[in-house]
Ligand binder design. Structure first.
Ligand code: SF4
Length: 498
């Protein structure tokens, strides 16, 4: 391979895929990368998880040679790859190849009995996706250009059937040779389009569904900066086909929507709420829902993790398990108690959590969750794992009451910006409560914080993370309590007026 030519490379596999998603994304990544903010902590965890999955995949090929050169030291990586191949290595991990200014580092190449090289791409996903075919196609094109005979092409992805502690079947390998070969001819066409594009000024491409599919684009902050505060993107569940039409007509504001835009009742209510600058509320509906409640009220929230590689007995890849709960208990006399559990070590948290939970939640009274389907799913899993607690857990499941239903069905407020999540609703209904100043601000951050905390020795840093996790989970349930009090008060005052 020609080292000088390599030094001038402009495209990598990930840039090729960026170009497939959106030409403007590719252009910005090359010419204005500083416009992309650093990845959020949740994203970093996905990268780290991918690294771990890659390491486990390599363990399946004990004779493989890893090209360890730094990602920035391309000539060194190419040199090491050439040496490994020339020395007769039959399996090479992270080999480095460049052809026509495109650089790829295939996860695994393995020589078959006919002397050809099979190409194996490792993914943390659980199935083959269309973007994976393009991913392998550009690698195959570069390898062919580097004069390697390519044999079959595979995607090695996570197998949901795998059950901890036996990780021997963590992966499933699917042969994707045919679909990759079918799109190979378009790789050079795409590349010449990209080269032309990159030699010219920033392409004029409008925002749309492609900004989030197949990947969240890091330039959303830049491209979406002119979207008004109250835009068509806030109309709940508005179909993308309708949004695309409005984008084309440059009508991003909710105000004065063109005639003929099909809106359902909920969407019309949202627009009306914005026009009138006030919430639209069905208080009778809310009263009927509140009448279903029995005191004491248990406000329950779980924090969970779902790692690609299962960590505890009997668990499958991506299966959710709880590591923390918060429960505020509101008695009829207005007294409020708080109970909580946070697992602080890297051992299995499930049993200790169940024991604490069944003790915290008594046999009587409604259990309020926000988006209760999630809590129900977690409780059902706990029932399967710990049948000895199934009676108590079942009793909790039967008493679940969903606060989200109020905001989904009876309370529309333009200030929720089209989302009914607790993070959107709470600061509007209870302005003194916001997630802004918390160290842990959402579920993804709580997963990251928990995974760091459990591996830390006792001390200041661990205590700080424990405090942040407890504050976050506690805020969710306290927020629900405050919302409930406001709903109760409003319903009561309206009954009095009647
Ligand atoms: S935000 Fe959308 S339009 Fe802008 S670069 Fe990304 S995908 Fe393209």
């Amino acid at each position: 391979m020609e080292i000088e030519k390599v030094m001038a490379y402009r495209l990598s596999k990930s840039k090729y895929l960026s170009g497939l998603q959106c030409h403007k994304r590719l252009w910005l990544e090359i010419h204005k990368p500083e416009l992309a903010p650093p990845p959020p902590p949740g994203q970093q965890r996905i990268f780290d998880q991918g690294t771990r999955v890659g390491e486990l995949a390599r363990e399946q090929f004990p004779n493989g040679v890893l090209i360890e050169a730094d990602y920035l030291n391309i000539p060194d990586a190419i040199q090491q790859t050439t040496v490994a191949i020339n020395n007769g290595s039959e399996v090479v991990f992270e080999g480095c190849f460049v052809h026509d200014n495109v650089l790829v580092r295939p996860d695994i190449i393995q020589q078959n009995a006919m002397g050809e090289w099979n190409l194996i791409e490792v993914k943390s996903s659980t199935s083959v996706k269309e973007e994976n075919i393009h991913d392998v196609a550009v690698q195959a094109w570069v390898l062919q250009g580097s004069e390697l005979d390519i044999g079959r092409m595979y995607l090695m992805h996570i197998n949901r059937e795998c059950e901890y502690p036996d990780l021997s079947n963590l992966f499933t390998t699917e042969d994707i040779t045919e679909p990759v070969e079918a799109i190979l001819p378009i790789v050079p066409q795409n590349l010449s389009e990209y080269k032309f594009l990159l030699d010219n000024s920033e392409p004029d491409i409008s925002i749309g569904q492609h900004c989030y599919s197949p990947y969240d684009c890091p330039f959303v902050g830049y491209c979406w900066k002119d979207v008004p505060e109250h835009s068509i993107f806030n109309i709940p569940r508005l179909r993308w086909s309708v949004k695309e039409r409005l984008i084309e007509e440059n009508h991003l504001s909710i105000e004065q929507l063109p005639v003929g835009i099909p809106l359902n009742n909920k969407q019309k209510e949202y627009v009306e709420s914005l026009e009138q600058k006030k919430p639209i509320v069905d208080w009778d509906g809310i009263r009927d829902e509140l009448d279903k409640l029995d005191y004491p009220l248990y406000f329950l929230d779980f924090e969970t993790d779902n790692p690609a590689v299962p960590m505890f007995d009997g668990m499958h890849p991506y299966e959710q398990f709880p590591f923390q709960y918060s429960c505020h208990i509101l008695n009829q006399n207005g007294n409020l108690e708080h109970k909580e559990y946070l697992h602080e070590s890297d051992s299995d948290p499930r049993k200790s959590l169940v024991e604490s939970l069944v003790e915290a939640i008594g046999n009587k009274g409604s259990v309020i969750a926000y988006n209760a389907g999630f809590e129900k799913g977690v409780l059902n899993k706990l029932t399967q794992w710990f049948p000895e607690y199934s009676e108590q857990l079942q009793l909790i499941i039967e008493r679940l009451w969903d606060q989200l239903v109020i905001f989904r069905n009876y309370y529309t407020d333009y200030r929720f910006k089209g989302s009914n999540s607790l993070k959107s609703v709470l600061p509007v209904i209870v302005p003194s409560m916001s997630y802004e100043n918390l160290d842990v601000k959402d579920g993804a951050e709580s997963q990251v914080a928990w995974n760091v905390m459990i591996r830390l020795p006792d001390g200041g840093e661990k205590s700080k993370l424990i405090e942040a996790l407890e504050e976050y989970c506690g805020q969710d349930t306290l927020g629900m309590v405050e919302i409930q009090k406001i709903l109760n008060k409003s319903v009561k005052s309206r009954s009095t007026i009647k």
